[in-house]
Design a protein around this ligand. Sequence first.
Ligand code: HPA
Ligand SMILES: [Zn+2]
Length: 345
Amino acid sequence: MDSITTIETFIQHIPKAELHLHIEGTLEPELMMKIAKRNEISLDYESVDEIKKAYQFSNLQDFLDIYYAGANVLRHETDFFDLTWSYLTKAHSQNIVHTEIFFDPQTHTERGVAFSTVITGIHKALEKAQNELGISSKIIMSILRHLDEDSALETLKEALPYKEWITAIGLDSSEVGNPPSKFARVFEKAKTEGFETVAHAGEEGDAGYVREAIEILKVSRIDHGNRSLEDELLIKHIVENKIPLTVCPLSNLKLKVVKEAIDHPLLKMLNRGMVATVNSDDPAYFGGYINENFLAMSEALNLTAKHVHQLSRNSFIASFLTQEEKSKWIRETDLYYEQYHGRIE
Ligand code: HPA
Ligand SMILES: [Zn+2]
């Protein structure tokens, strides 16, 4: 192991779980071009540089338009396998030992790609990662909230034969105007079928969206949750009930949810006693994987090894691992902290 003397090396080496990662958002421009070529799909861009240049967003919708367009190159099981495997090797290189990934089936079924094609490709890569890299994982099937309830119900039905592979149901896409209550019946059915539930809330939508996700959808954790800080009673509820927040710093900066890195509420969340975690969301689009997210916050907010340890610990606490698995990894992060924190310059 490299000697651990800086906060960067501490961040790099500490075992981490990633809990907020859209697999379609890991499609790097190089892989997008490669898959487009083999599937004989013409792109609007001539080069990797041109693709990267197009990644300028002023809000969530700007990003989503480009993200859904990028996903259009994914047609076959091998495309989903390659996409997922590419993320997993990157995750491994950053000491992610457990990952819970979102996939958006409607992004693919709406354009004629079968649900089974998508999930089988993803599942095979996750299985390989467990065997060859020792990374454990869960799949979260995310509902596109800009589409209607019928489409969500149909998607939930398609997921039932794959229950063994899918741990939780999530909610993503355009938040404002598509509140959690729109999917009350979908999430109720998901719970009845035995799925865990999570939802994106409080990214662009106000604290009311977070409240609805908790009260109506009965989610186990909130994805983003930034705007819950605008409501003291809600903060109290989140803290008392230990509802984790899967926070995505670089995403928040790129989508202008937060103006500057120094304004990011991550430290405030920790100081208020919230179970905050650090995640990369859509790393191919937002300029960094999990360690770059930690680093950006470490630089802007002067995070100490203690904060990084707390965030890594939180990632296992907030995961869908069993209590026994959580305890094992929490012990690992504790040992790691005890061994190295005194050496950081
Ligand atoms: O950050 C996000 N928010 C909402 N929907 C998404 N789909 C991919 N990433 C996101
Ligand atoms: Zn997200």
